[in-house]
Design a protein around this ligand. Structure first.
Ligand SMILES: [Zn+2]
Length: 267
């Protein structure tokens, strides 16, 4: 890739004859700038060594330098980061989690990561959840980042809230994607607001759907409704228990034998 870039630059030079070429190594400059940039961004509170600070910012700084020909000053880099704050800080937060071994985050580092992890929260939430529990920190910011990450991804995300950690993180296999809890029959129903969705289904379903439900014995629970077939990869399949089957039979009897009665009456 570097060779390609160089070739392109030299073609330009031949054509125009005035294009300046970069005479400095972006990685070297980034390493030199990193400690100053970190201080200017208020990152000293993370308590990292100089070596760790360089690792934290190096790749981001190189990326932000882009094709720039003149050597950037720290203020220029700080302003560029501030202009793209949410994205840049998400990258810094995920880098921090790479640098620090699991179980070793300080409260300041964990709080920083939970607040800024943004789009990477889906990947890092299980780790951050553990660190926050260990440190006794408020999980609110991580929950907000988790929801933001799903919103940004354009994916509606999991159905149902975990009774253990409170995150909307129940996977189709009934486990929590954040704390790892495996839900039982009772918990999965509460987590997905199952009873009220079943109730609504029974009220709105036609006789054919009710009959199909009786035959099949299970439903797929989505964000707002239940269906007889899978509508999304996040749907959670639940088999009806005895009481629920009784309710379906009752609904079928009420709704679908009425027609029969009226037909009989007319005879
Ligand atoms: Zn959980």
């Amino acid at each position: 890739m570097m060779a390609k870039k160089r070739a392109r630059a030299s073609t330009k030079k031949r054509k125009k004859g005035s294009v300046k070429r970069r005479t400095w190594d972006p990685f070297e400059v980034a390493e030199k700038l990193a400690p100053t940039v970190a201080t200017m961004l208020g990152l000293d509170s993370l308590g990292l060594s100089e070596e760790q600070t360089i690792e934290l910012l190096r790749d981001l700084l190189v990326m932000m330098m882009g094709d720039r020909v003149t050597k950037p000053k720290p203020e220029v880099m700080v302003n560029a980061i501030k202009r793209n704050e949410s994205k840049a800080f998400a990258i810094i937060a995920s880098k921090l989690l790479e640098i620090m071994p699991e179980g070793k985050l300080t409260p300041e580092q964990a709080e920083f990561a939970m607040a800024y992890i943004g789009p990477f929260a889906v990947r890092f939430a299980p780790r951050l959840y553990k660190e926050a529990k260990r440190l006794g920190l408020d999980l609110g910011p991580l929950q907000a980042s988790w929801e933001e990450a799903w919103r940004l991804s354009g994916d509606e995300g999991p159905v149902g809230f975990c009774p253990n950690c409170g995150f909307r993180a129940i996977a189709p296999d009934w486990t929590c994607m954040v704390c790892g809890k495996v839900l039982n029959d009772k918990e999965i129903r509460e987590a997905t607001d199952f009873q009220s969705k079943v109730q609504e289904f029974l009220e709105n379903a036609d006789c054919k759907a009710l009959k199909e439900l009786l035959d099949k014995g299970s439903v797929f629970v989505g964000h707002s409704t239940i269906s007889l077939s899978r509508q999304s990869k996040w749907d959670i399949e639940i088999y009806l228990n005895k009481d629920e089957k009784v309710k379906v039979r009752e609904a079928f009897r009420k709704k679908c034998t009425k027609d029969l009665d009226s037909i009989l009456k007319k005879l």
